[in-house]
Design a protein around this ligand. Structure first.
Ligand code: PMP
Length: 317
């Protein structure tokens, strides 16, 4: 993910402030105990329309509020209110480029003591310019992680809980430092879950298959969008079911999807090429359609996009 530069502003303690003022104490509860939740969303710049499109902000903020609820955090705002805050923030930044948005809610009291009750909450949001997608026809080379995905009965994986991302960081770094691009992670029951920060799809005999949301995976917004695009738009059969490790080796195609990675083919798992060893035709179809959708080029899916500069023009360069 090509992040370029730093935010100039942040939404912090109820208002938009210069980014340098958005700081917290080292005694902050969430900093000590991982008691925060976050989101990750994209804005796509459409140069033809001079418009910045937010991809499914309502769904992102709804999940953000649900994640918060799991650990007794109240963000204090509805998804609609959070979308308005975000639009204000992006207009203040004046972005005319792709960007990445990070809402974060956290237990903010400066105190020692592990618990969720009787601790205050805060909410912040910032956004930064994000590089465009680098096309990689060769696809990613992944391994199976020796780590297991956090279980619903340990830390719910369907919530984006900051502390749980120590699990993702272990999965990711051990893969990268062993020479892979990413890792697939299994659940405690041995089925395929997801990667460190993306959902997984497999194609076998023309059927598009992804693990169900009760398989300790994040309820990904891109995952949900791809199921809809593949099924309703491309007319493909999509099945949500558990995936065995050995099925991955036998898959015709494999791809990862999520806000950060978008849609990326996986063409090799350890020493085993997947399918032809190149990006498959169904992955390419889904990826191309996804990029058309997020850029606002597909009328049918325009309702997934919220324009930032709807009633005012984008700032001039
Ligand atoms: N799984 C994990 C663990 C993630 O962190 C992410 C990124 N948010 C995803 C899947 C993909 O979710 P989304 O499509 O909502 O970005």
């Amino acid at each position: 993910m090509a992040v370029q530069g730093k935010p100039k502003f942040a939404f912090f303690k109820g208002q938009i402030v210069p980014f340098e003022q958005a700081t917290v104490s080292v005694m902050t509860h969430a900093f000590n105990y991982g008691t925060g939740v976050f989101g990750g969303m994209r804005g796509y710049w459409n140069a033809d329309e001079a418009q910045l499109f937010l991809f499914r902000p309502f769904e992102h903020f709804e999940r953000f509020n649900h994640s918060a609820g799991l650990i007794r955090i109240k963000t204090g705002f509805s998804p609609e209110e959070l979308t308005h805050i975000l639009i204000d923030l992006l207009r203040t930044e004046g972005f005319r480029e792709n960007c990445y948005i990070r809402p974060l809610a956290y237990k903010s009291t400066e105190m020692i003591g592990v618990r969720l009750h009787d601790v205050e909450d805060e909410m912040t949001m910032f956004a930064l310019p994000f590089g465009s997608y680098i096309d990689n026809e060769e696809g990613a080379h992944v391994c199976f992680s020796a780590w297991r995905r956090v279980e619903d009965n340990a830390i719910p994986a369907r919530g984006k809980i900051t502390g749980a991302y120590a699990n993702s960081a272990l999965i990711k770094s051990d893969a990268i430092l062993a020479g892979y691009d990413e890792a697939l992670v299994l659940n405690e029951d041995g089925h395929v879950g997801e990667s460190s920060a993306a959902n997984i799809f497999m194609v076998r005999r023309g059927v598009v298959i992804t693990p169900p949301t009760h398989a300790n995976v994040l309820e990904g917004i891109v995952r949900r969008s791809i199921i809809e695009i593949a099924r309703d738009d491309l007319g493909l059969e999509v099945v949500e079911r558990e995936i065995d490790r050995s099925e991955v080796y036998l898959a015709d195609e494999l791809f990862l999807c999520g806000t950060g990675i978008q849609v990326a083919a996986v063409t090799k798992v350890e020493h085993r090429p997947i399918g032809t060893g190149m990006m498959g035709s169904i992955t390419r179809q889904i990826r191309d359609r996804f990029f058309d959708v997020v850029k606002g080029r597909v009328a049918k899916y325009r309702h997934w996009l919220t324009p930032v500069y709807a009633d005012q023009a984008a700032p001039a360069r």
